[in-house]
Structure formats: C-alpha cells, structure tokens
Ligand binder design. Structure first.
Ligand code: IPE
Ligand code: IPE
Ligand code: MG
Length: 244
C-alpha cells in the first residue's frame, strides 16, 4: 500500500515541532501567585514533552524560552527567568545526557549573562554525541534579530569575497541562520490562546502548520501533545501546489 504513495507522503507525522510556551504568567495569576511561580511550573512541563517526542516520531523539538522582546519585562521577572534557566541547565544536564537528548541553543548568546552562556556551551558539548531527540531551546531569540545577525555575517562574506551577491538565495541564506543545522518546523504550536507568533522562527516557519490552543503552558500535557501530532497527520500540506 505505502509503495504507491509519493515519497513525501510516507512520513505522516511532524518531524520537527516548535512550541511557543505561553501562559505561565496567567497560570500563576489565576492561583494568586507571582509570575515566577508560573515560570517554574512551566519549566517542569518541558521534560514530559521531550520524552513524548520519540514515541511519536518527532525528531526535533524547538521551544521558545525567552524572546528578544522579553527584556521589556520587570527587572525582577527577567532576573528570575535568567536564574531559572541556569538552575534548569544545572539540574537537567545529567538526565538529558543519559536520555540521549541532543541540546542546542538558538538566539543572541552574547546578550545573555556570561555564567548562563557558559552553562549553555557546556550542555551543548555534553550532549553533542547524543543521537536521540534534538531539543533546541530559544533564549534571547527573535526571528528578526536572527535574520539581521545572519545578514551581517553574510554581508561580511560578500565584502571578503567568499560569497558572490548572485549566490545569495533561498538555499545559501538559511546557512547563516542560528538554525542552519535544523530542518524547518513542520508544526508550530502556541499555547495560551494568543493567535500570534511573536517573532518566533519567521523564516523557518514560512510553510509550517500552526496550532493555537487555549491551554496555558503549565497545564500542557503529553496527551494534548499527542493529539496535536495526530491532527497534523490528517492535514494536507500543499506547499503551493495542488493536492494529488
Ligand atoms: C511564557 O509565559 C514564558 C515567557 C515568555 C518567558 P508568559 O510569561 O508570557 O505568560 P503570560 O503570557 O503572561 O500568561
Ligand atoms: C513569546 O511569548 C515568547 C516566549 C514564549 C518565550 P510572549 O508572552 O513574550 O509574547 P507576547 O508578548 O504575548 O506577544
Ligand atoms: Mg505571554
């Protein structure tokens, strides 16, 4: 049966799922607790979703942890989030390594504190040989910032004569993006009811399928994740063509 299907139809599930983990603040507020309580609850959800990937055939999971716009929050929240990221890496490094997860970070790294940058580098190095799920964490990430940084490096290569202007195209440009080693996301999920992408993976998600769901991130479960992955399989991705 499957021999008759065109190659791109053989895989029905998403290979790469990207998640905008939104709603931590509202989740905490609904409980009369400070926003950071929601961020801690949100961080605890990540492990279950990472573990759910392999059985569902999801090879790449990319999660939005902190945007280039999130610096506009109160200093207390920003400091609390940065300390949470450091704690999270320290606490989870061993089990990520043991579970075969390969961790990468995307975003403007020099804009983060040096202690956090060092922990990020160490975790990438520690898991570099892992061949399981590819977990990419976006920290100090903005799609426009990423394209601007990529363009700077591309322009430098043109100035240095290593890249010809006529060779700048849809294949060469993404090699300068933070995501250069990742496939494009097939499915982008945003929790918390907002129907916007807030500067996440702008170039990469040009043809992604989107799911905007009402659940607040700290309530997101592997069952809900499985339902979204299954719903994706029923979609007809046409990429501008006409379905068979
Ligand atoms: C998402 O939750 C986490 C980050 C942006 C760091 P929010 O903090 O945006 O939660 P809401 O949207 O205010 O509920
Ligand atoms: C997007 O959520 C960023 C992350 C999930 C890290 P925001 O809560 O910052 O997005 P807006 O402000 O509602 O667009
Ligand atoms: Mg939000």
């Amino acid at each position: 049966m499957s021999e008759d299907l065109p190659a791109q139809k053989l895989r029905t599930g998403p290979r790469h799922v990207a998640i905008i983990m939104d709603g931590n603040g509202r989740w905490a507020q609904a409980r009369g607790r400070p926003r950071l309580f929601g961020h801690h609850a949100g961080a605890k959800r990540v492990k279950e979703i990472v573990r759910a990937c392999a059985p569902l055939g999801v090879e790449y999971l990319t999660i939005f942890g902190f945007s280039t716009e999130n610096w506009k929050r109160t200093q207390a929240e920003v400091t609390g989030l940065m300390s949470l990221f450091r704690q999270y890496i320290r606490k989870e490094a061993r089990s990520l390594k043991a579970e075969g997860v390969r961790v990468r970070f995307i975003g403007d790294r020099p804009g983060l504190d040096t202690k956090l940058q060092a922990l990020m580098d160490e975790l990438e190095e520690l898991t570099a040989e892992n061949t399981g799920v590819n977990l990419t964490i976006a920290l100090n990430y903005g799609g426009r910032d990423e394209v601007a940084r990529a363009t700077q490096r591309l322009a430098q290569d043109v100035a240095d004569g290593t890249l010809k202007p006529e060779d700048v195209n849809e294949e060469t440009l993404p090699k300068y993006l933070d995501t250069c080693v990742l496939p494009d996301p097939d499915l982008v999920v945003r929790t918390s009811g907002e129907a916007r992408i807030s500067n996440f993976l702008l170039w990469q998600s040009a043809y992604a399928e989107y799911e905007f769901i009402d659940t607040l991130w700290p309530d997101f479960s592997k069952e809900e994740f499985r339902k979204l992955v299954e719903a994706y399989s029923a979609r007809d991705r046409r990429f501008g063509a006409v379905s068979a």
